[in-house]
Design a protein around this ligand. Structure first.
Ligand code: R5P
Length: 310
């Protein structure tokens, strides 16, 4: 099958990088809004019988990008695409993976059902907030992780300690540990609201150590801010490094990060930044990883070494 790459508007830079890495030009398409705000999508090239990969980072404004994904998929399906794969570097609503209180939807489950309903055959995602989201899909989901890319980009010394800023980040911290061979500490966090958290305690001996805080995403940076403060109170060194796959950086994130003594901020380009990232920072390109996976899928080859198993 001919491989075709179609991109939404969520992350134009990553779309360009992936197109270059795959040596596949982006399918020209129209993405516009009518005067009443309705989305209109049109593919300007045939995809009939093609192996189509639809790249859309569901970053802010998330509902706009989600709808683009659905409209592009429907356009491809109606145009006779042979196979349709959603490439979702950042999967919004992933944090709504359970009912924390009564009378709430399970947003991640609902989004998974909607993605299925639009006719995709397969999904590729990177560092989902919880791996259990795979079970929300009936179709194959290839769950990749950027942790090895980020871990290989940082150097660890004998006094480095990897810090999971909440219990949910422990598995991710273990992926960094497998490469960096450093001890792990875990921050016991409680979320008070969408923008604020509090820290109850830290598990692990952080005194005198240089922290490398790892997380799947930084949204308002409340988690990072609270973790850094708690680490300092516990006697950690002040040269903090942060590695997070998805730099959403919304609301007070930039102000919060600017006030912290961060030695290095390391992230990927799964999300297009709304503003220039805080300095000093480094961005790891996930396009080669995605291109590798797409190349393997296109030729029905194993992804064994690339996907997350737990
Ligand atoms: C939560 O469990 C996630 O892994 C992140 O720690 C969290 O979503 C980050 O959000 P914020 O930056 O707003 O604290």
């Amino acid at each position: 099958m001919v491989l075709s790459l179609v991109a939404g508007s969520g992350n134009p830079i990553l779309a360009g990088n992936l197109s270059a890495a795959l040596r596949a030009p982006l399918v020209p398409r129209v993405l516009e809004h009518f005067a009443d705000g309705e989305l209109h999508v049109e593919l300007e090239q045939t995809v009939r019988g093609h192996d189509v990969y639809v790249l859309e980072s569901i970053c802010p404004p998330v509902d706009t990008h989600l709808l683009e994904l659905f409209f592009i998929a429907d356009a491809c399906r109606r145009a006779g695409a042979g196979r349709l794969t959603a490439v979702l570097p950042y999967f919004a609503y992933a944090r709504q993976d359970r009912r924390a209180h009564g009378r709430e939807p399970i947003g991640a489950h609902l989004v998974a059902r909607m993605i299925e309903a639009t006719g995709f055959h397969r999904v590729i995602a990177i560092d989902l907030h919880s791996p259990e989201i795979e079970g929300f899909f009936h179709l194959p989901l290839e769950h990749l992780t950027a942790a090895p890319l980020l871990a290989q980009a940082v150097s660890a010394s004998s006094d480095t300690i990897i810090v999971a800023p909440d219990l949910g980040a422990v598995k991710l911290a273990e992926r960094y540990q497998a490469i960096l061979q450093c001890p792990i500490a875990v921050v016991h966090k409680t979320r008070l609201s969408g923008e604020s958290v509090s820290v109850r305690s830290i598990v692990g001996d952080v005194k005198g150590r240089a922290p490398l805080i790892v997380d799947d995403m930084i949204s308002t940076a409340g988690t990072i801010e609270a973790a850094v403060k708690a680490l300092f109170e516990a006697g950690c060194r002040s040269d903090v490094r942060i590695a997070a796959t998805h730099a959403l950086l919304v609301g007070p994130a930039f102000t919060r990060l600017a006030a912290l003594p961060i030695r290095e901020f390391l992230t990927t380009n799964t999300v297009a930044p709304l503003e220039p990232l805080p300095n000093p920072h480094r961005v790891v390109d996930v396009a080669p990883l995605l291109a590798d996976v797409i190349g393997r899928l296109a030729h029905e080859r194993s992804l064994e070494s690339l996907v997350v198993h737990r």
